[in-house]
Design a binder for this molecule. Sequence first.
Ligand SMILES: Cc1cc2nc3c(=O)[nH]c(=O)nc-3n(C[C@H](O)[C@H](O)[C@H](O)COP(=O)(O)OP(=O)(O)OC[C@H]3O[C@@H](n4cnc5c(N)ncnc54)[C@H](O)[C@@H]3O)c2cc1C
Length: 485
Amino acid sequence: MNSIIADLQPLIEGEISCDHDDLLHVSQDFGGIVQKQPKVIVRPQNATDIAKAIQYAANQNITISSRASGHSLSGQSLNQDGILLDMRSLNRVHKLHTEQLWFKADAGVTWRQIVDATTPHRMIPPVLTNYFDVTLGGTHSAAGLGQSSFRYGSQADNCLGLEVVTATGEIVWCSPNENSELFNHVLCGYGQFGIITQIQHRLKPYRPFTRTYFLCYDNLDSFLHDERLLIAEDRVDGLLALFSPCIMGVTRGGGKGLKPLIEWFYRMQITLEVDSENDIDQEKLFSGLNFYRHVYTENLTFEQFVQPAIAVPHLTGTVNPWIDVLLPGSAAKEFIETVLGLVPGFIDFRMTPIGSFGLVAGNTNMPMFSLPDDELIVGFGMYPTVPKTQIQPVLEQLKLITDLAFKMGGKRYLASWAELDLAQWRLQFGDYWPKINQLKQKYDPQGILNPGFIQYEYMTATQINQQMISQPQLPLEPVVATSDS
Ligand SMILES: Cc1cc2nc3c(=O)[nH]c(=O)nc-3n(C[C@H](O)[C@H](O)[C@H](O)COP(=O)(O)OP(=O)(O)OC[C@H]3O[C@@H](n4cnc5c(N)ncnc54)[C@H](O)[C@@H]3O)c2cc1C
């Protein structure tokens, strides 16, 4: 038997596995680009199991990572040669407080479970992701953005409290007023500062009916103007935008070969939540907007509207190099035009969802969710699926897109494909970067929690240990800083 299992079994009430198929199943995430395999999987039954597993990992100096439903795209939920906590085994909704407008649930509960539990009470979390089979722990560790984020921020912004197991195996409750430093960094922290076991989160009552207008723009300026206006005047309750290419013909490419002539259209779906359809003043809603066509109107009950409209197939042999970029509103037009110009050169643009979302800086206030310096933030996302064998050129293009975003004052939404080098990690967090390094050393001094994603400025004890194991023949020499280091 694997020695970690032999050691952990007597300590833990939950299940422990080193079954070959189980390990293989958790060796990749939804992105499919990064592969890592842990030595064991622990399926905790409670927070104490996690505390015991963390204490064991700390004593043995092995790494321990948290995986929920594995929808990460850059391997954030994977572990190499250590312990993987399968957080889906903590999956109970504990309390719905409909008067005080909050719920409390385990971190491994999915948003689908929450919607199923709250809608019978005409309550809903203020922000829902566009896909429900991700967990509370997973999205609170990323941010969690949806159609109403321009108004309510991220899901992390709507968190009221967390039960966290720290890297020393302590179980603590944290909130904006209690252990607030830990609270503020575990949120959007990708499991770097502690493992979330329970979450208390805001609810809001909703109105029974919705109306969605499908608008089409043939001009990016008008689209961005209207998005800004709708958000600034708080005219709508939900906003979703997708960009569609239309092939207008084929050109001879100035003698360089045939090239499709592509015109982009910008689609915006704006939703109102109402007590009655008679409450809607369409003329007022549309005043000052410059869309090219109002294509369609859809009336739904809120319960119908809230259900995700996207199907997410996972085809074998393919990978998902999805990318989300956050841009200062002032740079959005130039960035989007440049990137849409590049797109046909490296992905099948006809099959790739591409879209945009808006955020208001003042409504999003999480130190680990880094935002550009502007009041209106425009998100830009591209979600290609490509054959595994053709991933390398796509990643090279995504790297250029990341470079361009940073150059224009943008940031990356780290839940998507994000392979940043140290200089880019510095740009991502700006002036806050030294603080993040300091807090990592404070809350996870051995560097055992979820290693391999954020690249810190210093070497963690676990990295030094791994280096010594992989290079045992080298004499240990002190590292001397040089003038260019
Ligand atoms: C099909 C699809 C649709 C998506 N739609 C949206 C969307 O609409 N909006 C949006 O914002 N994002 C979206 N995402 C991104 C997604 O929300 C994030 O990748 C999220 O982190 C995935 O949650 P998960 O439960 O699968 O967590 P995992 O992928 O298992 O884990 C993600 C990260 O969270 C950490 N983590 C997980 N649980 C815990 C815990 N309990 N304690 C500490 N750390 C933990 C992991 O270590 C890892 O770093 C989508 C992704 C996919 C694949």
